[in-house]
Write a protein that binds this ligand. Sequence first.
Ligand SMILES: [Zn+2]
Length: 240
Amino acid sequence: MTDFGPRVEILDGYVASSHPPLYDPVSHAYFDLVPESEPDPTVVVLPNPDSRGRGQRIAIIDTGLMAGHPLVGQRVVRYVDFTSEGPYDNHGHGTAVALVLIKTAPEADLISVKCIDSSGEGSPQALIQALDWVRSEEPESTLVNISAGINRKRWLLFPCDGTCDVCQATQRLCERGNEVIVAAGNLPEETLCPAKLGSKWLISIGGWDARRRYGKGTINLDIPRYRAVPIVPRVEPAHP
Ligand SMILES: [Zn+2]
């Protein structure tokens, strides 16, 4: 079924959009996207923070992961693709998310669940397939990271109230017992799905700049487990 509504978009925290591409699949060159900083709490919340992620499975629902990346590839234990592009990360966002994540959990096992294509967008159906796949194929102890979201509307008109198909697929995963960490949005005052879900298991992440004046992602205090975390100020590219 063709869906004419909004597409799933990547939510970048501070790692992706204003930086150069992470990886050139043609030249096989890598770019170091991850700033020198402390472990980033916006990406994953480990049940045992001292474990370095050992024994922890983390599903990254995103643009895929680069098997050839020296830091990321060796941590990936499963790949699955719902874009029909193949599992490789030709965009860079998923791998950038993984690079931030492994600063906190360098020994975690990563599951690459690709539902966003090389253009940086994905269909809501692919995201739902990704969520349902994790629910059926991974144990309930697997953490799930979604640094993406969609402005899902009812009948293409009304804002989602947590009952859209994307939110409901996420709800099924949460009810089954998986901890889901999801980015809230790219813009202040805009909460995307599935962050709108507000499930008691879902941790929705937004951020403030150092002066707490700019909400990166949305500050929706109706979400029970919303947490605002400080973000490293974005380094904007130099303009002439
Ligand atoms: Zn929704």
